[in-house]
Design a binder for this molecule. Structure first.
Ligand code: APR
Ligand code: PHB
Length: 389
């Protein structure tokens, strides 16, 4: 079998790239290790930058996002007894769109099915052969039978634990990592959000976040120890802890209810360089991870997809290789800025186990500065709504 582009991984990166390529007549096959239902059961952040929203439009999958997504013109930051707002509209002229990653993925799967594009599920033992040659192919097993697809290019969209990154030889790859000494315990509840915009809180008991999916679906998080387990947290304990970390007026307004999902996620910053090796291109979580503070995971995946899509489009239209040759450099330049923002926002909002009194004063001074300084708020707003591609 032969195709133009093999896309490994049917998460948002792989699906978005596949859909964009389909619109310009480039044939791609998506190989996904799990099932569609499994992929759609994963709950991830839900804040889209304008760049991501524009890509969904270009891919023809923005109808539900436009109808159901919530445009947010700002966000709230709480610390000590203060709460202030960073106004995205005033500082950047742009909102972010609150629309769950699960919904983005569902829309992309539906569009892919409607287009008759090929997605193979339950794909095991993927091996990329000859990525650094002109004869690249991908081998894999489905239901015990081995298959091979020859192609022009491979897009490694298979997330942090995929095979694509590891296909790049160790002496070519350079990895940068920071693991944070805590996690986020998150719950989803069918209750109205406590506020119409997100609230990020730095409290002496640790970080908390009030987020949402829609008018009757809320997403809340509290910083927890990575030694903690979900079974240690009843719903009642979660709500009590969340309220203790929020300003009194917010805690009083909070409507609680049974959780419909509860999970603990680690926080990590990670980047691999380069993002291209021969005919293999890494996209999204396969190449980099950000801590969730600021919701840049999906958005950095989208900017990679943008650069790769532009490169592939120019190559197939005009045999112009410049976009592909510069893919790694362009994608990484933006990735590192999103890494910086996520690291900065995480450092600002969490309590660290080894934080000294001096460190705490620095955190407070930085929050005071952000609260009172227009230029600092503008810098935050520009990063939050997303830097230009
Ligand atoms: N073969 C085929 N598919 C694989 C393999 C493999 N060896 N390994 C992993 N996969 C699949 C996973 O099952 C998953 O569906 O690749 C997909 C990768 O999806 P994500 O992990 O969601 O990564 P990505 O598409 O880059 O999306 C980035 O999603 O993970 C979040 O926080 C992240 O929001 C960010 C966004
Ligand atoms: C979420 O809604 O899950 C969410 C929102 C904003 C973040 C992180 C997660 O910064």
């Amino acid at each position: 079998m032969r195709t133009q582009v093999v896309i490994i991984g049917g998460g948002p990166s792989g699906l978005l790239l596949g859909q964009l390529l389909h619109r310009v007549g480039v044939e791609a096959v998506v190989l996904e290790r799990k099932t569609r239902d499994y992929v759609l059961s994963r709950i991830r952040a839900g804040v889209l930058e304008q760049g991501m929203a524009s890509l969904l439009k270009e891919a023809g999958v923005d109808a539900r996002m436009r109808a159901e997504g919530l445009a947010h013109d700002g966000t709230l930051i709480a610390y000590e007894d203060a709460m202030f707002r960073v106004d995205f509209a005033k500082h950047t002229g742009q909102p972010v769109i609150v629309y769950g990653q699960t919904e983005v993925t569902r829309d992309l799967y539906d569009a892919r099915a409607a287009a008759g594009a090929q997605t193979l599920f339950n794909v095991e033992d993927v091996v990329i052969d000859g990525a650094d040659t002109d004869a690249v192919s991908v081998r894999f097993v489905v239901e015990g039978t081995e298959h091979q697809i020859e192609c022009d290019f491979v897009a490694g969209c298979d997330g942090f634990h995929g095979v694509s990154r590891k296909t790049i030889p160790e002496d070519v790859r350079r990895e940068y990592e920071k693991v944070y000494p805590f996690g986020w315990l998150g719950i989803l509840s069918e209750t109205p959000p406590v506020n119409h915009e997100l609230i990020y809180a730095n409290s002496p008991r640790g970080f908390a976040l009030c987020s949402m999916r829609h008018a009757n679906l809320s997403r809340y998080y509290v910083q927890c120890s990575m030694a903690d387990t979900v079974s240690n947290w009843s719903d009642a304990q979660f709500w009590t802890e969340l309220k203790r970390r929020l300003p009194a007026e917010v805690a009083e307004a909070l409507i609680t209810g049974p959780s419909i999902e509860k999970s603990i996620a680690p926080l990590r910053s990670f980047v691999t360089e380069p993002m291209r090796w021969g005919r293999l291109f890494l996209c999204g979580d396969a190449a980099h991870i950000v801590p969730p503070t600021g919701a840049k995971g999906l958005n950095t995946a989208a900017s990679d997809v943008h650069y790769l899509y532009q490169g592939l489009k120019a190559w197939y239209a005009d045999k112009d290789a410049d976009g592909l040759d510069r893919y790694s450099e362009r994608a990484l330049a933006r990735v590192w800025k999103a890494e910086r923002f996520s690291w900065w926002f995480s450092s600002l909002m969490h309590r660290f186990p080894d934080q000294s009194d001096f460190d705490l004063r620095m955190q407070r001074a930085e929050l005071d500065f952000l609260r009172s300084n227009d230029a600092a708020q503008k810098a935050m707003a520009e990063n939050y709504v997303g830097l230009a591609y």
